[in-house]
Design a binder for this molecule. Structure first.
Ligand SMILES: [Zn+2]
Length: 495
């Protein structure tokens, strides 16, 4: 069998999070999930004689998106009319950008399992969204609440080679949009919609094969699955000696297959021409305003977290993908740093690292799990970062055992109280004092004569069971190392 390589390009539509629609003052987002046609006006429904006015906020957000993707930004641009007739397009044409997109020639770096990879961005332009058609009981109804929302269209060069890269590319775009507050990019709400162009060619050759377009991919999982499916399908077609047909395919999620929607006829004649109702405009002030939106990008945060905190790359990825969680982690670390400076003793670099790692470990294993189970988020955390830092100090200094730490954390989530108060009121302080533990140790030995005998006969593993009993009787407050030593000493003495 010949070896093939997939050549994949993506087209991504993103609804911009602005106050109003692209060319009128209707509110952006109103009525989308409630009542049809309550958020429309003569402009977005294309009444004759109305005039569109471009939304500067949308253009600033688009320029900022372009800057984040290292695009050139046009210093002078305009809108075009794209003529086509479809019931969800009330004007009979769409205002879009054709000849001169606001952003062009960019690139994005993504982290794949095989290392970093660059994907070139051909262009990102601004257009208006269409309305929505629904088919109910054999009738078609149209809702124009979405018509005229600012919609950014991003097109990549065919630099993607497999499903994993495509999925990570989409995820990274969504992160950038969220970090910069350009869009929430929720795919299930249609705020971000992906299309894939995919063709195969024999490995080592340069000519492109016939490409197939897959439309309406509404989750990252589906992007990945559709590409995987299509690579197999096209390989089989080529291996049979047939040719791939140029066509548009859809995704059937139930059957997990792509299916032919329509064969490519001749290219549409959209009869683009410059939008006569909006004069061409200079973009200097848009570019300046965009550049003033400062926020750390995910890629920068990733690199900083790896270097500054020396966390494992999986931990960094969890933090980077959840901005509220990352902010929470950094607040905790800054609390801990302030504490270390205020303490009279000097902390070694190893102790610094240990505190940061403890913070990350408890946060990304325990706290994240409990929050997930209870439906809590870090935007609205019942444990303040200050109290969480306090908790880490308590664990670090050995004031509570690891069992005690679990109890303490749960109590903190339940009550939102100060951890030191909980340690005090619940008696969670770790007991390392042998005199204080001797009573419990004696009791555990007396209760478990068989296990003690096993230990005396050389089965060293059973000591863990006895330690567990001491922990239970002390309600988790015993220092397990001290308990173990004390058990050993007492059993040997009694032998
Ligand atoms: Zn309107």
């Amino acid at each position: 069998m010949r070896e093939y390589e997939a050549v994949i390009g993506m087209e991504v539509h993103v609804e911009s999070k602005t106050n109003s629609k692209m060319f009128c003052s209707c509110i952006n987002g109103r009525g989308l999930e409630t009542q049809p046609n309550i958020n429309i006006c003569p402009i977005c429904t294309g009444h004759p004689g109305t005039l569109p006015v471009p939304n500067k906020q949308a253009l600033v957000k688009l320029a900022r998106f372009g800057q984040a993707l290292q695009c050139s930004i046009a210093d002078y641009t305009w809108f075009e009319r794209k003529s086509y007739f479809y019931p969800d397009l009330p004007k009979g044409y769409q205002i879009t950008q054709y000849e001169r997109p606001l952003c062009y020639d960019g690139q994005i770096e993504i982290m794949t399992s095989k290392g970093p990879k660059h994907i070139r961005i051909t262009r990102i332009h601004m257009e208006e969204d269409t309305g929505k058609l629904s088919h109910i009981n054999g009738k078609t109804v149209v809702d124009y609440n979405r018509a005229g929302l600012p919609l950014m269209e991003l097109v990549t060069e065919p630099d993607i080679r497999n499903a994993e890269e495509a999925k990570i590319f989409c995820e990274e775009l969504q992160l950038i949009l969220r970090y910069l507050d350009i869009s929430d990019g929720d795919m299930d709400k249609g705020q971000m919609r992906c299309e894939v162009n995919i063709s195969l060619r024999e490995k080592g050759t340069e000519t492109f094969g016939t490409k197939v377009e897959i439309k309406n991919l509404n989750s990252f999982r589906v992007v990945e699955q559709a590409i995987e499916y299509e690579i197999i399908r096209q390989t089989e077609v080529l291996e049979r000696g047939e040719s791939v047909i140029q066509e548009t395919r859809g995704w059937d999620d139930g059957k997990a297959i792509t299916f032919s929607q329509r064969k490519k006829e001749n290219a549409h004649d959209y009869r683009y021409f410059v939008e006569p109702d909006i004069p061409p405009f200079k973009t200097a002030d848009i570019i300046i305003e965009a550049a003033s939106i400062t926020a750390e990008l995910p890629i920068a945060k990733r690199k900083r977290f790896l270097g500054e905190y020396q966390l494992a790359s999986q931990q960094v990825e969890i933090l980077v993908r959840n901005k509220a969680l990352a902010d929470y982690f950094e607040q905790t670390v800054s609390e801990l740093k302030a504490w270390m400076i205020s303490e009279s003793k000097e902390f070694t670099p190893e102790e610094h690292t240990k505190l940061v790692k403890l913070s990350a470990n408890y946060l990304l294993t325990e706290l994240i799990k409990h929050y997930g189970e209870k439906g809590l988020t870090f935007d609205n955390s019942p444990i303040t970062a200050e109290n969480y830092a306090e908790f880490i100090k308590i664990v670090f200094s050995g004031e509570v055992s690891s069992t005690g730490a679990q109890t303490l954390l749960l109590q903190m989530i339940e009550t939102g109280s100060d951890p030191s108060d909980i340690v005090e009121s619940q008696g969670l302080k770790q007991v390392s004092d042998t005199n204080a533990l001797q009573g419990i140790v004696d009791k555990v030995i007396a209760e478990n004569p068989k296990v003690v005998l096993d230990y005396q006969n050389g089965n060293e593993n059973v000591i863990q069971f006895l330690v567990g009993q001491v922990m239970r009787h002390s309600k988790g407050s015993a220092n397990p190392q001290v308990a173990k030593q004390l058990l050993h000493d007492t059993i040997i003495q009694n032998k």
